[in-house]
Design a protein around this ligand. Sequence first.
Ligand code: NAD
Length: 496
Amino acid sequence: MQTIAHWIDGKAFTGTGSATLPVTNPATGVVTGQVHLATAADVQAAIASAAAAFPEWRDTSLARRTQILFRFRELLNARKEELAALITAEHGKVASDALGEVTRGLEVVEFACGIPHLVKGSFTENASSKVDVFNIRQPLGPVAIISPFNFPAMVPMWFFPLAIAAGNTVVLKPSEKDPSSSLWMAELWHEAGLPAGVFNVVQGDKVAVDELLENPSIKAVSFVGSTPIARYVYERGTAAGKRVQALGGAKNHMVVLPDADLDLAADAAVNAGFGSAGERCMAISVVVAVGTVGDELVDKIKQRALTIKTGDGARGTDMGPLVTRAHRDKVAAYVAAGETEGAKLVLDGRGIEVDGAADGFWLGPTILDHVGTGMSVYTDEIFGPVLSVVRVDSYDDALAMINGNPYGNGTAIFTNDGGAARRFHNEVEVGMVGINVPIPVPMAYYSFGGWKNSLFGDSHAHGTEGVHFFTRAKAVTSRWLDPSHGGLELGFPQNK
Ligand code: NAD
């Protein structure tokens, strides 16, 4: 059995503690490795390495930094199937989905290759007499990235390409459930020629996170995970004087208006609800059927869901297992609660027959209809292949429901009415909106992030907001010596 540990100062590091957790293949239920949990001393070693590497990396020319980024991009592109296979083995998502995750991460690497353009400042000549003003953006120092289990490669890549390109050094703390992808990426950076200490990985749990939040050498924290932990990370990190962006959980609604193409809407609901077994922060978990479309829409969704082949993601199936047995049981308990609370169980994924090992953490596509906004299947983020259908009378009811929900990550509307779609993207209080697009994940050159309880802080990930997050601006006012500048003048500086 393999042991999975840390990457510090350009090499593998076992750590000083003895605590480990099992890593399991969710499709077989077999424990495939033991991940070491970092002690505070291990995290301090990683931070010390990042701090030591910072001065030289900060002063490394943009040309040289970009060359390394391009090399990382080439290596990742050439070997992306390897990384995808690692993801499937520890997370469970099917191979095509894992490859999609790597590809979306790769796009951020490609965006970061344009860093010379992204950090260009501005220059004003003669702002006052013979006085020039310019501004520059500089890196922050060592930064921390804390990532969730559901995108072990893409979510770290939302942050580290830009952080590194901008001249920062990084300590990544991935999820303990699927820790291998981060080490694989660390080795790739090494191969691409990144100097030791610029990218470090510590495996661990709350002990590691708390050290990253408290250690004064860490200047910024990018977190992605559930809302309670995101709130905790934001509050504790900012209290310690750090810049923090903490992306949290979600409850994404897909509104289907009466004029929508119901076949397209049903395809979209199934793809966005059951893709990656619903373990995506942008998964659709609530379908809001407006007017009279409910019966026909639910039937179309059900017919499609019945064709989904659930099984081992490495064997050409459509939907893989859930990440752990405990999580599968929790999701199944929500299905039972939904039924008890009065929802109609249209399709039950519990006890499904699968193409795979009997001990995998399976739950098939599940549909609950006539869900009410007071039921736990509506109020809680379930994070599994469970679609709840809520029926409402009007567009206004749908909008009020979404705007009243504490989460605001993603949402979508399905309609052929351009005016209604425009009204929706104007009025809805959600950070990412799809119009006839169920999973509106922005391109790398836009920024990713939600509103309300789906994001704490004010910077979204990647795009120009990402560049701003990992740099700080400095404005310089300069005057070269000239005898005409002499004389005393105690008033506040004014332009002349
Ligand atoms: P999680 O909150 O359990 O864990 C996220 C990270 O926090 C992990 O690295 C974990 O080790 C660490 N952590 C867990 N408990 C902690 C504690 N008590 N103190 C300090 N650190 C702790 O989330 P998860 O289950 O790994 O991921 C799923 C969640 O992430 C879902 O809620 C999903 O919506 C969310 N998510 C959000 C986005 C987004 O962009 N908004 C993207 C992906 C996932």
